[in-house]
Design a protein around this ligand. Structure first.
Ligand code: AMP
Length: 629
């Protein structure tokens, strides 16, 4: 019996595509209307008929409340997370009984979940594939953005299940694009995937060679896409119409939908022509004369480019950011792979060429490249294509809280996973028998500004002076993105661990916000961190001085003992009060001088300076500021 085919599906925000490997080649399958792109739109008619794809998109004009588009923005999210997003769409977004984002569709007579909307699109694609293949299909690989968290991935799987598809693999979109490009077959090639779709912009840098694809960095903007360009054109049309007639079309929902379609159409035409005409007969009625009014406007490519220049600039800033994250320069990129319909815009291609000094890669259709990659992965799973290993990255840095409330990073953001990193830490206080391991995620230097992923204690450490115990903390992030944190007392071999899901509940917006916040606070954070670190150094010096005094008290003259006690007291007070690094530093000098004096007395000029001992060893970080009783 022939092997069952596995579909590769790009379930997109704006459009979806299905492909399958036939023989050796991935083939994009036409839908029931003969189109290779299926708009990810579902519409419910009064008669409770459910329309999917182009027929649904056409109804968006007539029936905005019953027509759901861009449902991908809501999948796997809580209603509270999408309040802002909900204001941007013309249908009603509500919280379902679990507090998840869902749609109140009057004609459906019920609240519809985003998974159900996704399922309608998937079912249409599945049926198209079955008609093409002449056999039933039950399995698929579906792509999602690299930043989708566990809930969003699970919800996408559920959408497949509702549509009667077992989802064998959820594949990241940039990885799919890289597969379609053939990155796995090249050796030592680095590509940048520039994905400019209908509603989102994503950049990924990937490296490939000998059957492996590694994502090196990702960046993006979840609200930058072709729709923004359409809006610019619409705004221009509305303003021009207002100038001519005094009528503001913004008040008229139906007119707005027609304008939106016309704007998109004009934009697409201007990718191939230098000039186009926008024609919207009977756009509205003159309230004074009751005569119908028509909208007719010429738009040139040059004018459009002027309108959208800043949007394209923004995409290039994000490209720059991804390169910086990967510590690469434009010339380090071997090829630029274009994904998404908006990359057809000549200005986009021109800017990419200027930036990289070379033409972007042409070869795979930008609308279809992700589905083609999904089909290749599907082919791997069905046994049609040789196995490929895929690697992804951590979206944010991971680390532990250390002495003074600082975050010490073990795994920096954009590290390819799976990944393992161990570091040795020590105790903060004498005879401390427990340490707290506080696992953090984020980009800020201070622990309190980052997200807490979990805490645990390692107990039973044999009592020893501070700084003596050696505690090995290991971060092990597996291929599914699950983080295993282990703390081991190297003295006794005692071990404790926890398992956390770092990406859980984090949306791309949150990731972007966290990175932006870290950038905005960089200067003040640096100062705060320096203050804590200097305080820690002073603390170590005072600790050593106290110890030296205790051990040598009887060998020292009384006036030096008194002076040392005074300095210790003053230093402790300074540690509590000082908010300036300078004050802490001058106190450090004073402590060091006192240490030197004691040293001179003890060794009576034997050449060894006690002060040297007091310098902080470059060794272990102190893992736990608060000794636990
Ligand atoms: P995608 O999300 O990849 O399906 O991309 C859809 C977006 O690409 C929509 O905003 C389309 O208007 C846009 N698009 C499609 N074809 C073109 C074109 N020829 N020129 C400019 N934009 C296009």
């Amino acid at each position: 019996m022939a092997k069952e085919k596995v579909l590769g599906i790009d379930l997109g925000t704006t459009n979806s595509v299905v492909a399958v490997v036939m023989g050796d080649e991935p083939v994009v399958i036409q839908n029931q209307e003969g189109s290779r792109l299926t708009p990810s739109v579902v519409s419910w008619t009064k008669e409770k008929e459910i329309l999917v794809g182009d027929p649904a998109k056409r109804r968006a004009i007539l029936d905005p409340e019953n027509t759901i588009y861009e449902s991908k923005r809501f999948i796997g999210k809580k209603f509270d997370e999408v309040r802002e997003e909900a204001r941007r769409v013309s249908y009603k977004v509500v919280a379902d009984d679990k507090g998840d984002a869902a749609f109140d569709v009057p004609n459906a007579g019920k609240v519809v979940r985003p998974e159900e909307v996704g399922a309608h699109v998937l079912r249409k694609l599945k049926e198209a594939a079955e008609a093409y293949l002449g056999e039933k299909v039950t399995k698929a690989v579906i792509t999602v953005p690299a930043y989708f968290n566990e809930r969003q991935r699970q919800a996408t799987k559920d959408a497949g299940k509702i549509a009667g598809l077992e989802v064998l693999r959820i594949l990241n979109e940039p990885t799919a694009a890289a597969l379609a490009y053939g990155l796995d077959k090249k050796s030592d090639v680095r590509i940048l995937v520039y994905d400019f779709g209908g509603g989102t912009f994503d950049v990924s840098i990937l490296e490939g060679g000998e059957g492996v694809i590694e994502v090196k960095a990702t960046s993006g903007d979840t609200h930058l896409g072709g729709a923004n360009i359409d809006e610019r054109i619409m705004e221009w049309l509305i303003e021009e119409f207002k100038k001519e007639t005094g009528i503001d079309l913004r008040q008229d929902k139906t007119a707005l939908q027609r304008l939106k379609e016309a704007a998109e159409q004009a934009k697409k035409e201007l990718s191939f022509k230098l000039e186009t005409e926008i024609n919207l007969p009977f756009i509205t009625v003159d309230p004074n004369t009751n005569q119908p009014l028509h909208l007719q406007k010429k738009l040139t490519r040059a004018r459009l480019e002027e309108m959208i220049k800043d949007l394209i600039d923004r995409t290039m800033e994000i490209v720059q950011k991804a390169l910086e994250d990967a510590k690469l320069k434009p010339e380090d990129i071997d090829d630029i792979v274009l994904v998404g319909g908006s990359t057809r815009i000549p200005l986009v291609q021109q800017r990419i060429k200027e930036f990289f000094g070379k033409e972007p890669h042409k070869g795979v259709n930008p609308d279809e490249v992700v589905a083609v990659g999904a089909a290749i992965q599907a082919g791997v799973l069905s046994g049609d294509v040789k196995e490929i290993l895929l690697v992804d990255v951590t979206p944010l840095s991971l680390g532990v809280e250390t002495y003074g409330g600082v975050m010490t990073v073990l795994i920096p953001r954009n590290t390819p996973i799976p990944y393992r990193k161990c570091e040795i830490f020590t105790t903060a206080a004498d005879y401390q028998t427990e340490v707290e391991i506080h696992v953090l995620q984020g980009e800020r230097p201070l622990a309190k500004d980052n997200k807490s992923l979990g805490k645990f204690y390692l107990t039973g450490i044999p009592p020893a002076p501070r700084g003596v115990p050696k505690i090995e903390v290991c971060f092990d992030i597996d291929a599914d993105g699950i983080l295993h944190v282990t703390a081991k007392d190297l003295g006794t071999g005692k071990e404790q661990s926890i398992k956390v899901q770092p990406s859980s509940g984090l949306t791309q917006e949150e990731i972007e916000r966290i990175i932006k916040e870290a950038e905005a606070h960089a200067e003040e954070d640096k100062k705060k961190k320096e203050l804590i670190e200097t305080r820690n150094q002073l603390d170590q010096l005072v600790y050593n001085l106290e110890k030296t005094l205790k051990e040598n008290r009887d060998k020292l003259p009384q006036d030096l003992v008194t002076e040392t006690e005074k300095v210790i007291e003053e230093a402790k007070k300074t540690m509590q009060e000082a908010q300036e690094v300078e004050r802490l530093r001058s106190m450090m000098d004073k402590v060091l001088q006192t240490s030197s004096k004691i040293g001179s007395h003890i060794y009576q000029g034997a050449g060894k300076k006690a002060g040297d001992e007091n310098k902080k060893e470059g060794g272990d970080d102190v893992v736990d500021a608060r000794p636990v009783d």
